[in-house]
Design a protein around this ligand. Structure first.
Ligand code: GTP
Ligand code: MN
Ligand code: MN
Ligand code: MN
Ligand code: MN
Ligand code: MN
Length: 202
């Protein structure tokens, strides 16, 4: 297992830890940008209150709810729609890196649980509509949902530009790892985008 990673069962034994669950919701799409660039997949992230990009979800209390119940509750608050997420959508759990690692004054360790769920394009549109209107957290904890551009433009912007923004926690690697694992981008495209995003931030 990769460093910081632990099994779902081991994670749930850590009763003194705090737990958070986040999910990457995505769909296929046939739409084309400018009528010529296939978008292929819609991946949803959000602009958080702190200006960082992250996935929808939040803190759950395993003593009062299952991880999936807690995640579904957070999604209702942040998206305004009940998107049921189940154990089948679970990907991994890992400790959030602490800063500084040995700080004695810091609060209890945080375990981050990550899920991915494929939905229909129509559901994506419903989520976007609700998230911008009826969602309790709209304009507060969540400033807006965003789609991830997975394509590259002629000027090498697009995916690379998106990756050059700032992300909460390990959301950026959750995104990159999931896109690779689900074959939503090819390893070559990803390598090019990562290299060019580094240049943008240099
Ligand atoms: P409150 O309702 O204000 O408690 O927020 P929340 O429950 O929605 O919690 P939040 O989504 O901010 O997640 C809790 C913690 O998990 C954050 O402080 C981050 O450290 C971490 N976190 C948030 N989003 C992500 C994400 O997309 N990926 C990862 N890995 N961690 C995240
Ligand atoms: Mn236009
Ligand atoms: Mn929340
Ligand atoms: Mn949240
Ligand atoms: Mn919360
Ligand atoms: Mn909240």
């Amino acid at each position: 297992m990769a460093s910081g990673q632990l099994s779902r069962d081991k994670a749930l034994e850590c009763s003194s830890s705090r737990h958070a669950c986040h999910v990457m919701l995505y769909s296929d799409t046939a739409s084309q940008l400018f009528g010529r660039t296939p978008i292929k997949h819609i991946v949803l992230m959000q602009m958080r209150f702190d200006g960082l990009l992250g996935f929808p979800g939040g803190l759950v209390d395993p003593s009062e709810e299952t991880l999936e119940e807690g995640l579904t509750r957070e999604l209702l608050e942040e998206l305004g729609v009940a998107v049921p997420v189940s154990v089948e959508d679970y990907v991994e759990s890992r400790f959030a890196p602490s800063h500084p690692p040995t700080s004695s004054s810091s609060s209890s360790p945080l375990i981050l649980h990550f899920y991915v769920k494929k939905i229909e394009e129509e559901q994506i549109r419903e989520i976007e509509k609700a998230a911008a209107s009826t969602a309790a957290d709209h304009g507060l904890e969540v400033l807006g949902m965003v789609r991830v551009p997975l394509y590259s433009t002629k000027s090498h912007a697009g995916f690379s530009c998106f990756l050059s923004h700032s992300f909460i926690g390990n959301a950026r690697s959750q995104l990159v790892d999931s896109l690779l694992r689900l074959h939503l981008v090819s390893p070559g495209e990803l390598r090019r985008a990562l290299r060019s995003s580094q240049r943008m931030n240099a």
